[in-house]
Design a binder for this molecule. Structure first.
Ligand SMILES: Cc1cc2nc3c(=O)[nH]c(=O)nc-3n(C[C@H](O)[C@H](O)[C@H](O)COP(=O)(O)OP(=O)(O)OC[C@H]3O[C@@H](n4cnc5c(N)ncnc54)[C@H](O)[C@@H]3O)c2cc1C
Length: 441
């Protein structure tokens, strides 16, 4: 089959790779000059199969309300004059109960396990290196009440087969001694040995290059202008070369929309309405000055809700979520405050380990922002739409790197007429299952 993949982030690149495995003829279109130039560019680097709880839980509405006016809030809902944002918010609230939480966790765990196996297969098959560290993820707490609640969460996750261990401060420091300077603030933690970290951008770029070597065609620097619909099917995709300005019409047996947050407006233009909304996040990457004191274990800081991962001789720290529209600028007072917060936190937790100085002070931090394609359930849409030939692989929110390899593999299987072996509600196949009963798709 001739398949057109729209988007070359981790999801599009992985979809392309697995489609090649199935013997399809693949073309990938992306507006950027290379793969992984948008949300897959500088994320927190965690393959966090075991830390996959959705944001929507019974306690979330009260927390959100409390955080609404705080610039340093981990999850910030900034109301816009956009009814889709409000609709997304209402659907999110609809998921804030124990039954929905458990249902969503089950699917996220299933996709995570499938995806982890798929990632390992890809790495084995390709030998791609991407600063991978198989040292697990540690989540540390500075507040006793939150640590107590973590015990319940770990118990719940263990019911779904997630091996998350509750650990004392001493055990945590034995697992990762680099947090010793912050030990006086840590009341305890949890640890999952099977989780990993690695650079999503490097992996995605290399996977795209290997796919090109296997015969996939990559049209970088091409905007997807329009999906052309005729009756109940997609006829073609209009793309335009950014440098020459020339447009062309591409047709295929299957078109996969993997445009991250931008999938929603693109799909809506042909009447497929999925609640994917951008959740803006930030990261900072610092040069490591003292390698012997820098952590190898990837970490989640519960207090400021950020994640830290070592990527070779650099440390990546990332976090916070703002639901405030399609705005990816770093040049606002709020964005500057958030970047500063990340630098300050690294200095508190790992004093002197990284060069956290600002540019004005002679440092060279790299700040970045990306738009997570968020769904109210945290569960991505993988499957077919009601339009013939139109497929979707989008809405991976906070976990697109974790779920990337498996989402690509599952998409390729579905297009090839196979059923992936996992307990997951695929769009267009299992509607009425655990996916939101939301869409006109
Ligand atoms: C701060 C932060 C930290 C994160 N940390 C983690 C983590 O530790 N672990 C984890 O698993 N996940 C993490 N994530 C989430 C993860 O990065 C995303 O879920 C993932 O990158 C989404 O991948 P994607 O391929 O769907 O989207 P993208 O990477 O955004 O790819 C979409 C592609 O589509 C292209 N595109 C869009 N519209 C058009 C158009 N009209 N024409 C042509 N091309 C188009 C874009 O150029 C882009 O390349 C984090 C995200 C953020 C923001």
């Amino acid at each position: 089959m001739k398949v057109l993949v729209l988007g070359a982030g981790i999801i599009g690149a992985s979809t392309a790779w697995h489609l090649l495995d199935k013997g399809h003829d693949v073309t990938v279109v992306d507006r950027q000059s290379g793969a992984a130039r948008e949300t897959s560019f500088a994320n927190a680097a965690q393959i966090s199969v075991s830390y996959c709880e959705p944001w929507a839980n019974a306690q979330a509405p009260a927390k959100l309300l409390k955080w609404m006016f705080r610039n340093d809030a981990p999850l910030l809902f900034r109301p816009q004059l956009d009814w889709r944002q409000w609709r997304w918010g209402l659907q999110f609230l609809g998921q804030c109960n124990d039954a929905a939480f458990e249902r969503n966790v089950q699917q996220l765990v299933a996709l995570g396990a499938y995806s982890h196996a798929a990632l390992k297969d890809v790495v084995r098959a390709t030998g791609i290196s991407y600063q991978r560290l198989e040292r697990g993820i540690a989540h540390y707490y500075t507040d006793q009440a939150s640590f107590d609640a973590a015990g319940h969460a770990a118990e719940l996750m263990r019911r779904y087969g997630v091996q998350r261990r509750v650990v004392s401060t001493a055990e945590l420091l034995a697992i990762e001694p680099a947090f010793q300077p912050f030990a006086h603030r840590i009341v305890g933690g949890t640890y999952t040995a099977s989780d990993e970290s690695g650079d999503a951008r490097v992996f995605t770029e290399k996977l795209a290059a290997r796919s090109a070597a296997r015969g996939a065609q990559f049209l970088f620097g091409h905007d997807v202008l329009r999906l052309e619909r005729s009756g109940g099917a997609i006829e073609a995709v209009q793309v335009r070369d950014r440098s020459s300005g020339q447009s062309q019409r591409l047709s295929a047996d299957a078109v996969v929309v993997a445009c991250g947050s931008w999938s929603a407006p693109l799909l809506r233009s042909v009447g497929v309405d999925l609640p994917i909304y951008p959740g803006k996040g930030y990261s900072a990457t610092f040069r490591i000055l003292q390698p012997e004191r820098a952590p190898f274990v990837s970490a989640i800081d519960d207090e400021v809700k950020c994640a830290m991962s070592r990527l070779g001789d650099e440390l990546r720290v990332a976090g916070t979520i703002e639901l405030s529209g399609y705005n990816s600028t770093l040049d606002t007072p709020l964005a500057r405050a958030r970047c500063r917060m990340l630098a300050e936190r690294v200095e508190q937790v790992l004093p002197g380990v990284c060069d956290t100085r600002s540019e004005a002070e002679g440092g060279n931090p790299r700040f970045w922002t990306g738009l997570r394609p968020a769904t109210p359930t945290n569960i991505p849409y993988i499957g077919r739409t009601r339009l013939d030939r139109l497929w979707v692989n989008a809405g991976h929110g906070t976990l697109g790197w974790t779920h990337g390899a498996g989402s690509g593999k599952a998409m390729a299987a579905l297009i090839s007429g196979e059923r992936p072996q996992m307990a997951f509600g695929f769009l267009g196949f299992d509607d009425g299952g655990a996916q939101l009963a939301h869409s006109r798709a």
